[in-house]
Design a protein around this ligand. Structure first.
Ligand code: LHQ
Length: 258
């Protein structure tokens, strides 16, 4: 794949956006490659997905030089319907933990991509730019929803209207970034985190992800019902049995993800 590098090893799928000359902005080929990569990951033994970017940027959103979106006759709604919305749906329903290592600037739909992650690690130099309003567009690819739920509608709204840039420090303060690192620590700590998640009880984590996706909009009573149902399922996993055995044996659990 030209526009993406995918490696799967030690149950970690690492997906690196690879169009550094345009800050890893999305074109049609990258969308197609992303779709293929997600299909390959689902078929593999990967238990965590790491997404990062090659070069100085993470992802600058849509490639604005693509004639399919820059010509006045272009229907941007079609582009979202055919490319971005399926991508965001696929990522936000993926049954694996997703870590985004935001290595540099993320802009437009690149911010949405980062917000699909369960855990965002930022390089100190990285930033998130709500670039949509700078070119007369509206936040898309889930950005208006994901950002509102992440930082609250007041901050999200002001940022979106002003096309604001959030520094890594600000992102950390607002709880968007789980951690900020620089230099070798950025890669090292990200890898450590992925290794931990790759050994975790994957099915239980998938149920946990589903619960938290709903928690953003559900009532407490509905959530209590959902917790009951998912706990019932989690209680039937091999990893639950292993977790309890390991607790009584006073040893580290060896989860197999089933
Ligand atoms: C780029 C891009 C880019 C092409 C940097 N395209 N080349 C969905 C569906 C349909 C339609 C429309 O949109 C969407 C969703 C969206 O994502 S809309 C938002 C699209 N993205 C943007 O508007 C961001 C545009 N980029 C920027 O504002 C800046 O480049 C940022 C703030 C990201 C970074 O600024 P700098 O660090 O100063 O880097 P730079 O501007 O110098 O960029 C480096 C190179 O990358 C440069 O090329 P060059 O040949 O001059 O070195 C840029 O032209 C290129 N590049 N973003 N989206």
């Amino acid at each position: 794949m030209q526009t993406l590098q995918l490696t799967i090893s030690n149950r970690i799928a690492s997906l690196t956006l690879n169009r550094p000359e345009s800050l890893n902005s999305f074109n049609g080929e990258m969308h197609a490659n992303f779709k293929q990569a997600l299909a390959d990951i689902k078929k593999s033994d990967a238990r965590v997905l790491l997404i990062t970017g090659n070069g100085k940027g993470f992802c600058a959103g849509q490639d604005l030089s693509d004639r399919k979106v820059s010509e006045t006759t272009a229907d941007l709604g079609d582009s979202l319907e055919e490319r971005y919305n399926p991508l965001i749906r696929a990522l936000t329903t993926l049954e694996l933990p997703i870590v985004c290592a935001v290595n540099g600037v993320a802009a437009g739909a690149g911010v949405s991509l980062a917000l699909c992650a369960d855990i965002i690690i930022m390089h100190k130099r990285a930033s998130l730019v709500l670039a949509f309003s700078k070119i007369g567009l509206v936040p898309d690819s889930g950005c208006s929803w994901l950002l509102t739920h992440a930082i609250g509608w007041r901050r999200a709204r002001a940022l979106a209207l002003m096309g604001g840039r959030i520094s890594s420090a600000q992102a950390y303060d607002w709880g968007l970034a789980w951690a900020i690192y620089e230099d070798e620590k950025f890669e090292h700590e990200t890898r450590q985190l992925c290794e931990t998640l790759a050994k975790a009880p994957t099915k239980g984590l998938a149920y946990t992800k589903r619960l938290f996706s709903r928690a953003a909009i559900a009532e407490l009573h509905t959530q209590l019902d959902d917790e009951r149902d998912y706990q019932r399922l989690a209680g039937r996993t091999e990893d639950y049995r292993e977790g309890v055995s390991a607790f009584f044996d006073k040893r580290e659990p060896q989860f197999n993800g089933k």
